[in-house]
Design a protein around this ligand. Structure first.
Ligand code: F6P
Length: 341
């Protein structure tokens, strides 16, 4: 059986670990593999190459994806789904392993409903996909952000500054919450809760009153000010209707300095959180997901996704995985709040 693998959406540490695991396990099942270039775009444009054990050798520890990725949505392209079906037919591909987040797996779900044999693997540093406790890539992003916060701490203290650290997290604040907790942030701001600027400044003032003349504020890029939201987003939309985020950190820094009179700087971690080598945890999780996905194909369990429940890898439907976003647990946010100010 010919099986295609594709990676879609933002790249994520651990993608190569998954690709390697799918191929290694799948070859044991007798599958032949086709690597699709740049996500769904590769199936629309019939851009692919033969993938085998040699091609996935030595990639376990590498960031990025040997397949390339894109944010292409076939359902937003003229004749897109039909062209995907034609590529599958012309190349004799019998099944597709789609590695992606809510957008990529949303497309997988629609194609599955049209009869395409698809299985999914949950990817995103944001960890905002439902149906699984964790996506791979999240642990690496949190580790990178935590290390950055540790570094910002020492320089903030040396200069008596407030430093606002903007991390990724479009709809959900998992990275901000986990790295902020791990890094001992004095305030953590997430998309799930509108920002109250006065409250943020009050935490900085409380610390000042205790003789702490520096503070660390961690903010997810998707967090929003109660008013003035439009000031920190671009109007540009991608194929899935998302704006490009960024700017909330700089906006907050300006406002905190103006209101508290403490010198305030902003650092945006951006794509540093997505690049480079995955943590051991993400390599292990990605490998377990990949092996399980190959087994889902062997068993013909179409429309299913590998997921982590507790410490077990299980199958959940793509429908369950994509029907809503996995947001931060308010109870965990309450734990973080104990340390604010
Ligand atoms: O979806 C993952 C993510 O890293 C988000 O946190 C972020 O908003 C977005 O991708 C950035 O996308 P791009 O790399 O396309 O600018």
């Amino acid at each position: 059986m010919k099986v295609a693998i594709l990676t879609g959406g933002g790249d994520c540490p651990g993608l190569n670990a998954v690709i390697r695991a799918v191929v290694r396990r799948g070859e044991q099942h007798g599958f032949e593999f086709i690597g699709i270039r740049e996500g769904w775009r590769g199936l629309i444009e019939s851009n692919h190459f033969r993938l085998n054990r040699d091609a996935v050798s030595g990639i376990l520890h590498l960031g990025g994806t040997i397949l390339g990725t894109s944010r292409t949505n076939p359902f937003k392209k003229e004749g897109g789904p039909q062209r995907v079906l034609k590529t599958l037919e012309d190349t004799g591909i019998a099944a597709v392993v789609a590695i992606g987040g809510e957008d990529t797996l949303g497309v997988a779900k629609k194609l599955s409903d049209m009869g395409v044999h698809v299985v999914g693997v949950p990817k995103t540093i944001d960890n905002d996909l439902s149906g699984t406790d964790y996506t791979f890539g999240f642990d690496t992003a949190v580790s990178i952000a935590t290390e950055a916060i540790d570094r910002l701490h020492t320089t903030a203290e040396a200069h008596n500054r407030v430093i606002v650290c903007e991390v990724m997290g479009r709809h959900a604040g998992h990275i901000a919450l986990h790295s902020g907790l791990a890094g001992g942030a004095d305030v953590i701001l997430v998309p799930e809760r509108p920002i109250d600027l006065e409250e943020v400044c009050q935490h900085v003032r409380t610390r000042l009153a205790r003789g702490k003349r520096f503070s660390i504020v961690v903010v997810a890029e998707g967090a929003q000010i109660q008013k003035g939201k439009d000031e920190v987003q671009t109007a540009e939309l991608d194929d899935f209707g998302h704006v490009r985020l960024g700017g909330i950190g700089a906006y907050l820094a300006k406002e905190i300095e103006r209101r508290t009179r403490v010198e305030t700087r902003a650092t945006v971690l951006g794509h540093i959180q997505r690049g480079g080598t995955p943590t051991a945890r993400d390599r292990v999780l990605g490998t377990r997901y990949g092996v399980f996905a190959a087994d889902l194909v062997r068993d013909g369990r179409w429309g299913q996704m590998a997921a982590l429940h507790g410490d077990a890898i299980v199958a959940v439907s793509l429908e369950e995985a994509t029907k809503e976003l996995h947001l931060v647990d308010p109870k965990l946010y309450e734990v973080a709040e104990v340390f604010f100010g």
